[in-house]
Design a protein around this ligand. Structure first.
Ligand SMILES: [Zn+2]
Length: 417
């Protein structure tokens, strides 16, 4: 072995999609509802109930795959993954193990220390969620809520292209941003819309790999992903230098304790994957794929590049503005209403963002219309209002939603007046 061994990290991300109904039945996909109110024979696993694939879920999954640069396969298929869980009444979960929906994409990830890392996407496939165990509803007992059973998910599996916990986090930030632009998921960490598993091993620079690979499951925040990876890499380093590396561990992250603990035995679980005889192969025709592709939005990286080219914005400003699609839309509407782009960018990143976070609202509900902000910036450029006065007027616009010229006239707020 030569040199310090380097971490090699791959991620698996489960994404809950914004479909109206579940993946294989007509129940509404709303698991925040009163427990067990959105269930039917299919998701309850009653004998003889047959799954019917949700077309909207296929479209959203294809959208995600195409947005991540992956190739949608003309034919994919469904398999049963068998395991015991109290919230899995059928005794198996339907997934796409052998023939995934899409394969082979890549994401360019801007890194915190500058530069970028190209992360390969190995596969994107459809699967259904399991139900939930509720530990706080019935004193002394665990209850089962099956509203989430059968909700449509995709799993996105990366190549092991990430080299540090910080890179893993940067990838997740970019992935979430892309999925938001694609309107595939609400990407809410609180509601568990994104759940992450990591595989990590240490590789010596000069080859001679010892088997240290382990998996960490069920991470529900990006901060936990980073923390869990750091802790696991340190554990592997110590085991390596002590000459006792142990591969094949599966760890479960306990966010409360801030620690990973091993689960199960030494052997990998045997899920006995079998093709699902109830579901025919999934065909995505060339025509269908092309129509989904035509509906793809401009993605964050392209939008950032266009903001620099069209509006002459600096790289950092463009990057900050495209962080959320709503904010980028808002900026663009202000700039298109005739405001100076650099001035508009400064206001959107400064006063608008601050007012929004103070109000806790969403950009689409923001009381200041983009055209009104452009009008305020025109008054400022013409010297009708000074900069401190412009900020006062802006604060009144946020409170009242009225246009700036009206506020200036009604309240006698002229510079020098
Ligand atoms: Zn159902």
């Amino acid at each position: 072995m030569s040199g310090r061994p380097q971490p090699v990290i791959g991620l698996e991300v489960h994404v809950q999609m914004l479909t109206e109904t579940k993946l294989f039945c007509g129940d509404v996909a709303d698991f925040a509802a009163e427990p067990n109110t959105h269930v039917c024979p299919v998701c309850l696993g009653l004998p003889g109930a047959l799954p019917v694939l949700n077309r909207e879920a296929v479209e959203l999954a294809c959208r995600a795959a195409l947005g991540l640069g992956a190739t949608v396969q003309p034919v994919s298929a469904f398999d049963r993954k068998h395991y015991f869980h109290p919230a899995l009444p059928r005794g198996y979960q339907i997934t796409q193990r052998h023939r995934p929906l899409a394969t082979g994409g890549a994401v360019e990830v801007p890194l915190p220390e500058g530069g970028a890392r190209r992360v390969g996407i190995r596969r994107v496939h459809l699967l259904e969620d399991a139900g939930r165990s509720l530990h706080d509803r019935v004193p002394g007992s665990t209850a089962v809520d099956l509203n989430r059973a059968g909700v449509a998910l995709i799993e996105i599996v990366t190549e092991p292209d990430l080299r540090s916990p910080a890179e893993a986090r940067a990838f997740l930030v970019r992935l979430r941003q892309m999925l938001e632009y694609l309107e595939v998921s609400d990407c809410s960490m609180e509601r568990g819309s994104l759940r992450v598993g990591c595989s990590v091993s240490l590789h010596a620079a000069g080859g001679g790999d010892a088997d240290t690979r382990s998996e960490i499951r069920s991470l529900t925040s990006f901060a936990d992903v980073e923390k869990a990876l750091e802790a696991e890499i340190e554990r592997q380093r110590q085991a390596l230098s002590a000459g006792t590396p142990s591969g094949g561990l599966t760890l479960l992250w306990d966010a409360g304790l801030g620690q990973a603990r091993p689960v199960g035995g030494e052997e990998a679980p045997d899920y006995r994957y079998l093709p699902d005889p109830d579901l025919p192969p999934l065909h995505v025709s060339e025509e269908w794929r092309r129509s989904i592709e035509l509906g793809l939005p401009e993605m964050p990286a392209e939008r950032g590049a266009r903001f620099m080219a069209d509006y002459g914005l600096e790289h950092e400003h463009a990057r900050s503005l495209i962080a959320g699609r709503d904010m980028a839309d808002y900026f663009e509407a202000v700039a298109r209403s005739g405001a100076d782009p650099a001035e508009a960018a400064a206001w959107v990143m400064g006063d608008v963002r601050a007012a929004l976070s103070a109000k806790g609202g969403r950009v689409v509900e923001f009381p200041v219309r983009p055209a009104d902000l452009a009008q305020l910036l025109a008054l400022l450029a013409e010297g009708v209002v000074s900069r401190p006065l412009a900020r006062q007027v802006f604060a009144r616009m946020v409170e009242t939603g009225r246009p700036p010229a009206q506020i200036v006239a009604d309240e006698g707020l002229l510079t020098g007046a």
